[in-house]
Design a protein around this ligand. Structure first.
Ligand code: GLA
Length: 380
């Protein structure tokens, strides 16, 4: 990403000296809505970033300019700002101080090239950028896992979305050309090399901003917790849906609301799909991997009910065009589909998807080609 506009703005507003930090957005190949259930996810950081130029200013005040919003925010370290984008920064500061660590005020200009509201985790990238930068500038001694957890807690407490750990983890821990198979219960992870032969990943952005996402997201999480609470009464060792097999869930089918049962079943099945998909990848079996992606979409759309007609349409175009796999990605209700294609199908698929989507919805989807890039880092 060309970040010269950000550094130029910093020079204009706050002077010549600064440090420069970056954190990426993420894709997730499979394993959706499994993270907050203690399951597995399979994300990778992407080569789209939030970049921040920052300098401590020896006060207790934060002064930030959002290059993309063309807005400034100024707030004391312990004062909740009004601008919604500044809440993420405030959230990170506040979670750091809850850990008994101290940061000072700073001046900052930040911006990025992650499309906002497209399910590529701009918010996690923002949180990770500040957790990483403040750790470095104020010598906080945080480990990477602390930075990810601080970002997640900021999202819960300052923003109000009870997200899992996937996005912040991928943003902080990403490695070039590697996906991360993360166990969200133990937080153990494995870096899986990802350079599929003769295949390509492409994202199609429905251009539907996921407005419903925050409220419906929290509702889905509560439904999963309700399922666990019911099962726990007879099986106290069950703490998360990860601890529940399909057979055990079925024993409780009559006691659960129909929708709660379906949500829980989706999560248990999705977790298994991820394990099977990772096994297929070990043998370079992209056909099988792709089938699991389609299965994931089917579940997200019909059982978990977090898709929308635009996402379903793009997945149906992928099926028609012989894509190996396709699914909605992230929280849902809009944003992108992620598609796995043989190189030879790529051009025709993209052309057809644009044309068909235009006819159906009167607008074109955006196309993003992403590379798997590295996690939070200092640029200079
Ligand atoms: C959002 C959340 C993640 C995860 C996904 C769905 O991106 O931030 O924690 O739950 O949705 O898999």
């Amino acid at each position: 990403m060309d970040y010269s506009a950000i550094t130029t703005q910093f020079n204009k507003r706050y002077g010549r000296e600064f440090s420069l930090y970056a954190s990426p957005g993420r894709v997730n190949l499979i394993g959706e809505h499994t993270d907050y259930n203690g399951g597995f996810v399979f994300p990778g950081a992407i080569d789209k970033l939030i970049v921040a130029a920052i300098k401590p200013n020896d006060t207790e005040i934060v002064r930030v300019y959002s290059y993309d919003m063309k807005e400034t925010a100024e707030f004391a370290l312990d004062e909740k700002p009004t601008a919604s984008w500044a809440l993420y920064i405030y959230g990170v500061i506040s979670e750091i101080s809850k850990r008994g660590l101290k940061v000072g005020g700073f001046d900052c200009v930040f911006g990025g090239d992650i499309p906002i509201g497209s399910g590529l985790s701009t918010s996690a990238a923002l949180e990770s950028t500040f957790a990483f930068a403040l750790n470095d500038l104020f010598n906080l001694g945080l480990a990477r896992i602390d930075m990810a957890l601080i970002g997640q807690a900021a999202e819960h407490n300052a923003v109000g979305v009870r997200c899992g750990i996937m996005d912040q983890f991928a943003s902080v821990f990403g490695e070039t050309d590697h996906l991360i198979r993360l166990d969200c219960r133990s937080l153990e992870y494995e870096l899986v090399p990802f350079h599929p032969k003769n295949c390509r990943l492409v994202l199609l952005d429905t251009q539907v901003k996921h407005n419903l996402a925050a409220s419906e997201y929290n509702i889905r999480r509560a439904e999963c917790e309700e399922g666990v609470a019911t099962i726990q009464k007879k099986h106290p060792q069950v703490k998360l849906l990860r601890d529940v097999s399909l057979d055990l869930l079925n024993d409780f089918k009559k006691e659960l609301k129909e929708s709660t049962y379906r949500r829980c079943r989706y999560v248990i099945e999705e977790n298994q799909r991820l394990l099977d998909a990772c096994e297929a990848l070990k043998h370079d079996n992209y056909t099988e991997f792709g089938k699991k992606m389609y299965g994931s979409h089917e579940g997200l759309s019909k059982e978990y009910n977090v898709s929308c007609k635009e996402l379903d349409f793009l997945v149906s175009i992928a099926i028609k065009n012989g894509a190996l796999g396709a699914r909605m990605m992230g929280g849902g209700f809009g944003g992108c589909t992620i598609n796995l294609l043989e190189e030879s199908h790529y051009a025709a698929f993209v052309e057809e998807a644009i044309a068909a989507y235009k006819i159906e919805f009167n607008k074109a989807p955006k196309i993003y080609e992403v590379k798997i890039g590295k996690g939070s880092h200092k640029i200079a």
